[in-house]
Each structure stands twice: as structure tokens, then as C-alpha cells.
Design a protein around this ligand. Structure first.
Ligand code: AMP
Ligand code: MG
Length: 486
């Protein structure tokens, strides 16, 4: 049977914008094409049945042999980390990856296949255009873990080992090479717009903005009403999406690590996982990237940086959206973020929007306070709550997580609030809690030692089973003893 990937409904959406937005490039040729990961969970979105797709299909399509289709290195700039602040860098663009193609999913949305590690481009600067296998493994794992935690994220479709030796300062070297294919809503970044502002091209900003609205903001309609109003609404929606994304990261305990404006998607989707880290315990000062010595992109700084990046974008767009139109949306960021964070954290505790706002606010604050005081294991706190939850907790606050050592903190105050919250529920609401806890709190966490354990097996014995097993566990629905029987 023919390769099913090659018959997908590809659409040249970005290409249709014109040559100002990209450079045609070719993939490097590699000595090896060994499929190491295939994400079968994504195939149904492409209308494909995993049973019918062979490993060779992945390699043939995404091993990046020459001449399959024109690949596009996208042009963008960005504000990048520079000590305590960000520094504008006009020398960016896809330096080790490219847009492989865009495909309409069965859900009606347009998706990008983007490569990482596929060779040099005009934007590689002094880089080799490659991705380390460990970097690919880490990105696969990050995306699957975030998906399980309800974060709007790109995913990895495939990872192919490519047989080269790479030298890196942050990995024992030589280290192995790979090409990863990313599956995401878009590779258009805040920095794509910043570049156009830098070049003084409001015409191209308008074209790109219209493209973004048409493809990624389907409830806005440029053919109806005033253009200026639609643009204003678009910026408001973007601010809302980014505020929710920041809240999702904070709730998940995820520190992206490199929140440069070229790593901020215009769709509000999380993507590009390099030196990220999940927090082992709640600590706003947790830093993921080894080069972030000032903690600019620390865990707790993420909402403020997201807001700052939205402000950079706002300024880049002034030729098309006057500041007075975008300012109110930006001002609403803090409140939107805070509301979203509270709702998402309460959801991890099992509550929907049914709690009275006052109690919801108190429980939210007390949860963070106790997690910070006690430094109890952050993901484990939620998985234990999920495992142990019992309706009898409504009878007596002392029953709540009674067999767990949560460490030193005002946990009895927390228990009193959690108990009060259970007391506000209807009997039907109470029966919903285990299901909600289960849907929000995965049993498997992706802390650094887990990643290192999986990598050591690959590195030392070419044993991929721990990695495959971890992916399976990250993709598995979480469990609760009440629902699954003890
Ligand atoms: P990142 O930190 O992965 O978001 O990358 C920032 C910029 O550096 C992007 O333009 C990348 O394409 C580029 N880049 C990162 N690593 C390499 C590499 N090994 N070779 C070429 N370009 C790279
Ligand atoms: Mg990047």
C-alpha cells in the first residue's frame, strides 16, 4: 500500500503568503534513519488508523529524504534572554528546522508539521542545524506530559535517529543526533511580527495578521464589521489565550525555561521544549535553563514574562492596531491570568466552578501556601489526593489525606478549607469529584530524575523500553481507587 502520509490533504497556507516570509531550504542527508518514536495518538486527527501506518511510512515521509516537497525555513526575529532582561535579536529564523507541511485535520483545524534538527538553513548562524537525540527524547516527553496535564501544547509526531555525532556544551559529547517532527497549530511566533515591524512593513503585518485571524481565530470574521474592531477583538482573544496558557503552565508545575518572543506562538499554544523542567516542589524561583543565571524565566516569573511578551507584540503591531485599541486587553491580562490559575488549580483539587468565590479564593491561596511551606512533592500531592479521595472526607476534616505525610505547613487550615468546600457541594457534586480528580491529575510525573533514568537506558544500552513505557504511562488516563476498585 502507498505511504498514507503522502496522500494527506496538505495545504500550502503559509506559502500562499508569499516569499517574504520564508526561505526554501533542503534537509541535510543523514547516515541513518532509525525510527525511535511514532505518536500513534495523533494519527486519528490526520484521519489515519494507526494499524495501517507502518514504521517505514514514518521513516519514508519524515526521515527527510530529498525532493519530497519544498521545505520552508521561516523568517522571524525575537527578544531573547540577556541576563536580567531580554535583548532584541534580528539574526534569528528557523536555524535547525523548517516547516515541512500543513495539513487539515479531521477536526477541521489546520496543523503544521515542523522539523527540528533537519539541517542548516540561512539562519543557522554558527550552529550545526542539528538536534541531539536526548533533546528529541526530552521534547517528546514534555509534550506528552503537558497534554496529560491539560496544557494546550504542540506534540511530537515522530523522532528519527540520524546517526551523527554532535558536540554540545550541555550534554556529554559526542552525543547522538535526531530529527523530530513537531505537530502544532502554527509556527507563527510573536517574533514573526516583530521582524516585520523592524523592517517597517505594515503591509506585511496586515497580511500576516489577516492570515492568523482567518486560520486560527475562526470566530472572528474580517468580512463583517469594522476591521479595526476585529483586530482589537483578536488582540483581546490572544491576551486571553496567553493568560490561560501561563495559568496552565503554573497549574501543571511546568517551567518552560526559554520564553523568548520567538518561542511564543501566535495561537497561544505552548511549544519548543529545550531546557524545561517540571517543579519537584512548589517554588516560584525554580529555574529550568542552565544559562538563565538571573532567573529571568523562572517558574514564578512566567506570567509576568508572558505579559511582557504580549507588550512587545503590542508595540510591534502599532502600525496596524493603535495602542489605544490594544491597551485595555493588555491591562486585563493580570486578572484573566489570576482567574484562570484559580479555576485550574481548584480543578486539580476536584472542584468545578461551583464553589463560592470567597471560599474558592481562600482554598486556592492556602493550597499554594502549604505547598510552598512544606515543599512536599508537587505532582505527588495531586496524585495522592486523586488516589485517596473518599466522600467520607465531608464528615470530618481530619480524614482528609490522613495517611499522607505532607511535610510541615498549615495543612490543618488547608484541610478545614477543603472540608468546607466539600460541604458546599450537592450530593451529586460530591460524586463527581473522583472523576474530576482523575481527569486532571496524571499518575505519572515527569520530574528530571525520571527523564535522566530513561535517557541513561538509551545512552548506555540502547534500551528504549523505559522510554516507551514512560510515554505509555504519560498517555494513559489517570486512575483513582474509587473508580477502579481497590
Ligand atoms: P531555541 O532556543 O531552540 O528556541 O533556538 C533559538 C534559535 O537558535 C532558533 O532560531 C534556532 O533555530 C536556533 N538554533 C538553536 N540551535 C541551533 C543549532 N544547533 N543549529 C542552528 N540553529 C540553532
Ligand atoms: Mg525556538
Amino acid at each position: 500500500m502507498a505511504n498514507l502520509f503522502l496522500s494527506l490533504p496538505f495545504e500550502p497556507a503559509l506559502e500562499s503568503l508569499g516569499a517574504e516570509f520564508y526561505d526554501p531550504v533542503e534537509a541535510a542527508s543523514f547516515p541513518l534513519h532509525q525510527l525511535r518514536f511514532r505518536n500513534d495518538a495523533l494519527l486519528p486527527i490526520l484521519g489515519l488508523d494507526p494499524q495501517t501506518v507502518k514504521d517505514e511510512d514514518f521513516v519514508e515521509c519524515f526521515g527527510l529524504f530529498e525532493g519530497v516537497r519544498p521545505f520552508l525555513a521561516l523568517r522571524y526575529h525575537g527578544r531573547q534572554i540577556g541576563g536580567y532582561s531580554q535583548i532584541y535579536n534580528p539574526d534569528l529564523g528557523d536555524g535547525r528546522g523548517f516547516l515541512y507541511g500543513q495539513v487539515r485535520g479531521t477536526d477541521g483545524y489546520l496543523y503544521d508539521f515542523g522539523t527540528k534538527g533537519s539541517g542548516q538553513t540561512p539562519y543557522s548562524r554558527r550552529g550545526d542545524g542539528r538536534l541531539t537525540l536526548k533533546g528529541g527524547v526530552r521534547e517528546v516527553l514534555a509534550a506528552e506530559a503537558l497534554q496529560g496535564l491539560g496544557v494546550t501544547t504542540s506534540r511530537c509526531l515522530s523522532l528519527v535517529e540520524t546517526g551523527e555525532d554532535l558536540w554540545r556544551g550541555d550534554e556529554p559529547s559526542p552525543t547522538r543526533s535526531a530529527v523530530m517532527v513537531r505537530f502544532s497549530r502554527s509556527h507563527i511566533r510573536f517574533g514573526t511580527f516583530e521582524r516585520l515591524a523592524y523592517l517597517g512593513r505594515p503591509d506585511l503585518i496586515t497580511a500576516l495578521l489577516d492570515h492568523v485571524i482567518e486560520l486560527y481565530y475562526p470566530d472572528l470574521d474580517l468580512s463583517q464589521g469594522e476591521r479595526r474592531e476585529v483586530y482589537q477583538q483578536w488582540y483581546r482573544q490572544l491576551v486571553g489565550r496567553v493568560a490561560r496558557l501561563a495559568a496552565q503552565w503554573m497549574t501543571a508545575g511546568f517551567c518552560h525555561g526559554v520564553l523568548n518572543t520567538d518561542n511564543m506562538s501566535i495561537t497561544g499554544e505552548s511549544f519548543d521544549y529545550g531546557p524545561y523542567g517540571f517543579i519537584p516542589a512548589y517554588n516560584p524561583r525554580f529555574v529550568a535553563a542552565y544559562f538563565d543565571s538571573e532567573g529571568l524565566y523562572s517558574f514564578g516569573n512566567q506570567p509576568a514574562i508572558c505579559r511582557l511578551n504580549l507588550e512587545h507584540l503590542q508595540r510591534a503591531l502599532t502600525s496596524v492596531i493603535p495602542l489605544e485599541d490594544s491597551a485595555p486587553a493588555l491591562e486585563a491580562f493580570d486578572e484573566e491570568y489570576r482567574d484562570a490559575y484559580q479555576a485550574l488549580l481548584l480543578a486539580r483539587l476536584g472542584f468545578d466552578s461551583e464553589l463560592s468565590p470567597d471560599l474558592g479564593g481562600k482554598l486556592f491561596a492556602q493550597t499554594l501556601l502549604c505547598l510552598a511551606q512544606s515543599q512536599t512533592n508537587y505532582p505527588q500531592f495531586f496524585s495522592r489526593l486523586t488516589q485517596d479521595f473518599n466522600p467520607s472526607w465531608r464528615e470530618n476534616p481530619a480524614f482528609i489525606l490522613e495517611n499522607q505525610d505532607l511535610g510541615n505547613g498549615d495543612w490543618n487550615d488547608w484541610r478545614a478549607l477543603y472540608h468546607q468546600a466539600l460541604g458546599e457541594l450537592t450530593p451529586d457534586g460530591l460524586t463527581q469529584i473522583p472523576l474530576r480528580l482523575q481527569s486532571k491529575n496524571p499518575a505519572t510525573a515527569l520530574l528530571r530524575p525520571e527523564i535522566e533514568r530513561v535517557w541513561a537506558a538509551i545512552d548506555e544500552g540502547d534500551d528504549w523500553e523505559p522510554f516507551n513505557d514512560l510515554v505509555r504511562r504519560l498517555q494513559a488516563p489517570p486512575t483513582n481507587s474509587l473508580l477502579n476498585g481497590r
